[in-house]
Design a protein around this ligand. Structure first.
Ligand code: NAI
Ligand code: SOE
Length: 386
């Protein structure tokens, strides 16, 4: 069976998730389109890289990510580092002819994302952005129902991504609170996931009118290191937060639909509260990531005295069901979304097809993220150019 050798850059939260996905993918999707081999892992230092290799099962490790790019045996470069490093790494990987998966957001700004898009288009390599939530089977099922016309024409999309890990002002000033590294706050970090779901389910976004604000202006400094996502306390001197903590925006879609998107990392009691509600002319769909196995559906064709939301539990009859668990509601997790992502990436490489979402999508999403911020500053609707 064909093998594809993976060079992973970054052994933090996403390094763990992607490594687990490469190892597990053939256990789920068999026969696998190809076997991903965990070949080399790069980290910020030799020590961290060696630890990553031991923990995540890589053949070798390096403290210099360029050695991954220069290695002629590597087929896939997987970029799982903080956002500011994505462009340089992805462009170098494209120029070396590697297929690429890059974590979201693709870059800090749309201008940076465009340089990455140009590089992969010039190189003709498979490119994917890791917006994995669209690979939750219930979301893929919503997409199928929409494409089949089960809810008619879409008229409204409502999406939220609410978390609380940064609500405590004592939660340190990790890289996610620094514009120089992250680009933006809730907008780029989690709002973009909902923008991806909005574009996937309801079509292209053409204009936004949003607002964004910072709730906690200073946090205890954290010099470098991984983001512990609110689980550590550094104490000590305060430093400025120069990104948004929360955002909300109205959106217009190319097909005439309208909607809203909200994102916060400061909403006490909300953890990974990604919700999507889509209203169509013939029905509605509702999904809440904290109940990942369920898609709520309401069809206008149901008799009036029986109409209302009911629950479809995803399983073998639904998208990706052939590879997942044999009975609905056994439990889809975050890991499964990453396993499906790895499967789709490897399949695209083997079949020579375009990945989805790709760097073009990543760039469009960055344009929308930039526009939300610009709209917040000007107070006006912003049309998405490009
Ligand atoms: P993290 O802070 O847990 O890990 C980042 C790792 O990158 C650290 O181990 C750090 O040492 C390493 N690193 C820094 N500079 C490096 C360099 N020059 N060479 C090699 N490694 C280097 O961050 P996390 O949460 O893993 O985030 C990474 C990326 O993944 C970000 O772009 C983030 O937005 C995205 N992300 C996506 C998620 C999703 O659901 N799709 C979930 C979490 C993060
Ligand atoms: C923190 O908000 C975070 O890790 C994001 O960076 C991810 O993209 C999200 O999926 C989980 O939360």
């Amino acid at each position: 069976m064909r093998q594809l050798r993976v060079g992973l850059i970054g052994a933090g939260f996403m390094g763990k998730a992607h490594s687990m996905a490469y190892a597990s993918m053939p256990m789920f999707f068999w026969p696998a389109p190809a076997i991903p081999v965990r070949a080399v892992i790069a980290e910020a230092t030799e020590e961290l890289a060696a630890e990553g290799a031991a923990r995540f099962g890589f053949e070798s490790s390096t403290g210099d990510w360029r050695r991954v790019i220069d290695d002629p045996t590597i087929d896939i470069v997987d970029i799982a580092t903080p956002n500011h490093l994505h462009p340089e790494m992805a462009i170098a990987a494209a120029e070396a002819g590697k297929h690429i998966i890059c974590e979201k957001p693709l870059a800090r700004t749309a201008a940076e994302a465009k340089t990455m898009l140009d590089a992969v288009q010039k190189a003709g390599v498979v490119n994917m952005v890791a917006f994995n939530y669209r690979r939750t089977p219930a979301i893929a099922l919503a997409k199928k129902y929409i494409e089949e016309g089960a809810i008619g024409e879409i008229v409204n999309f409502r999406g939220t991504y609410l978390q609380d890990w940064s609500a405590d002002p004592e939660s340190p000033l990790s890289w996610r609170f620094q514009k120089e590294i992250a680009g933006s706050g809730a907008i780029g970090d989690i709002g973009t996931h909902v923008v991806d779901l909005a574009r996937y389910l309801a079509g292209e976004i053409t204009a936004v009118n949003g607002l964004a604000r910072t709730i906690v202006p200073e946090r205890p400094k954290q010099s470098g290191g991984r983001d512990a996502l609110g689980t550590s306390r550094s104490g000590g001197e305060l430093g400025p937060v120069d990104v948004d903590d929360e955002m909300l925006t109205m959106v217009r879609f190319a097909n005439g639909a309208v909607g809203s998107i909200e994102a916060t990392r400061n909403g006490y009691g909300r953890n990974n509260f990604i919700t999507v509600e889509v209203h169509g002319t013939r029905g509605s769909l509702y999904f809440n990531y904290e109940r990942r196995d369920e898609l709520q559906v309401c069809f206008a064709d149901d008799p009036g005295d029986r109409r209302g939301f009911r629950t479809v539990y995803t399983g073998p009859a639904h998208p990706y069901g052939e590879g997942l668990w044999p009975i609905p509601a056994l439990g889809i997790g975050y890991g499964e979304t990453k396993i499906i992502e790895a499967y789709d990436l490897v399949k695209c490489i083997v079949e020579g097809t375009e990945a989805d979402p790709n760097f073009h999508d990543g760039w469009r999403i960055s344009l929308i993220a930039d526009a939300i911020l610009a709209s917040s500053e000007s107070g006006n609707w912003i049309t998405i150019d490009g």
